[in-house]
Write a protein that binds this ligand. Sequence first.
Ligand code: FES
Length: 170
Amino acid sequence: MGARHPPYLMATAERILTDEMVAAIQALLPRYPTRQAVTLPALHIVNNQLRHVPLAAVVEIAELLELAPAQVQDTLSFYGFFKQDAPHGRTRAWICRSLSCALRGSESLIEHAQQKLGIASGETTPDGRVTLEEAECLGGCDFAPCMLAGGQLHKNLDTAQLDRIIDTWE
Ligand code: FES
């Protein structure tokens, strides 16, 4: 019988960051004044691929940038944008809850989305289709209420439009 690594050794030998992610992060280094300044863009590079940034990836980013893992983790926690325990949905939908949107009904839009999707804000549907988020001002106050999803700002939303948009997400 051949030698086999215990499962924990195999797990630690598995790298989270792909060669492409490492190359993309390294390509940023000459463009920033310090390696630490690359932390946030590096987190985005990993998040764009994995839809979350697990702790093991934080450690690997820290190694690449010659930082302590806690420094990278501090940046990750500060922004509150990155999921760590599990990937966010294939579509991440941010419904604005700030003043202009709240005055024009965003609270009921959020409740409507929660009911339609069967999840609370901050959660992901079990099929991984959607993560519902509540956002601060999305910069579209003149068109309140707004939602940012799939890279698109949806304006002047009502529940019927919201339903139609949600139904397009795969
Ligand atoms: S308050 Fe919602 S976009 Fe500004």
